[in-house]
Design a protein around this ligand. Structure first.
Ligand code: PGA
Length: 252
């Protein structure tokens, strides 16, 4: 079902002590806040157990992972499987973040396999898509996003698709302080919903949660979230500061 979600992507930041401090500040702050959305925190994999202990105890935070293996199990040194994540109470997992596409060469085909593993283990994938600056400037942004969604997601059944969250993250806006305008975000989110409607049906399109990511912060979140097709955010930099993240969570 479509719900508003604010998810924090901590990326490769924080020592264990710093991470524990941030989680504890978040839990304390969120307990007092009157937020109406689901809050997801995606710490580095090493800290999932700690974050999950805090989050579940208080029931205010869901835990997400930043990555998952495309393989089920076995001799894949350094990898973490979807079943392992599930056994640590992970509910969401980011898939296909532009940094993973760029630095680790992840392809749509590989991402489709990761999503398959997650769905088999009842974990919601947060599938990231978004165009590069040159693709936006060349007017190819709809085409690029459509291809990313088509190739990684559209072979899933309607029922399977219903468990997937989409995050539109224009690459030129990630970590740059350059946010998409509310109009640009709404335009792309409406487009994404339209292609889902064309592929599946009205109900599936209406029920899909589509998040915006890319320099979303405590100042611009309200304007972005006010758009009818923007159902929340995937937050990088601003999720590392408890006060800012809580403000974003309260921006609906
Ligand atoms: P940012 O990152 O908020 O720091 O731009 C967003 C993301 O990469 O998910």
């Amino acid at each position: 079902m479509r719900k508003n979600i604010v998810a924090g992507n901590w990326k490769m930041n924080k020592t264990f002590q710093e991470a524990e401090e941030l989680i504890s500040e978040l839990v304390t702050g969120l307990e007092k806040s009157r937020h109406t959305c689901e809050v997801v925190v995606c710490p580095p994999a090493l800290y999932i157990e700690m974050a999950s202990d805090y989050g579940h105890e208080e029931g205010v935070i869901k835990i997400g992972a930043q990555n998952v293996s495309e393989y089920e199990k076995g001799a894949y040194t350094g990898e973490i499987s979807a079943a392992m994540l599930k056994s640590m109470d992970v509910d969401y997992c980011i898939v296909g973040h532009s940094e993973r596409r760029k630095y680790f060469g992840e392809t749509n085909k590989q991402l489709a396999l990761k999503i398959e593993r997650l769905l088999e283990n009842a974990i919601h994938p947060i599938y990231c898509c978004g165009e590069l600056l040159e693709e936006r400037e060349a007017g190819k942004y709809f085409e690029v996003v459509e291809k990313q969604i088509e190739e990684a997601l559209f072979h899933f059944s309607k029922e399977e698709f219903g468990n997937i969250v989409i995050a539109y993250e224009p690459v030129w806006a990630i970590g740059t302080g350059k946010t998409a305008t509310a109009e640009q975000a709404q335009e792309m989110h409406a487009f994404i919903r339209r292609i889902i409607r064309n592929k599946y049906d009205e109900e599936t399109a209406e029920n899909t949660t589509i998040l915006y990511g890319g320099s979303c912060n405590a100042k611009n979140a309200e304007e972005l979230f006010a758009n009818p097709d923007v159902d929340g955010g995937l937050i990088g930099g601003a999720s590392l500061i408890a006060e800012d993240f809580i403000k974003i969570v309260n921006s609906f």
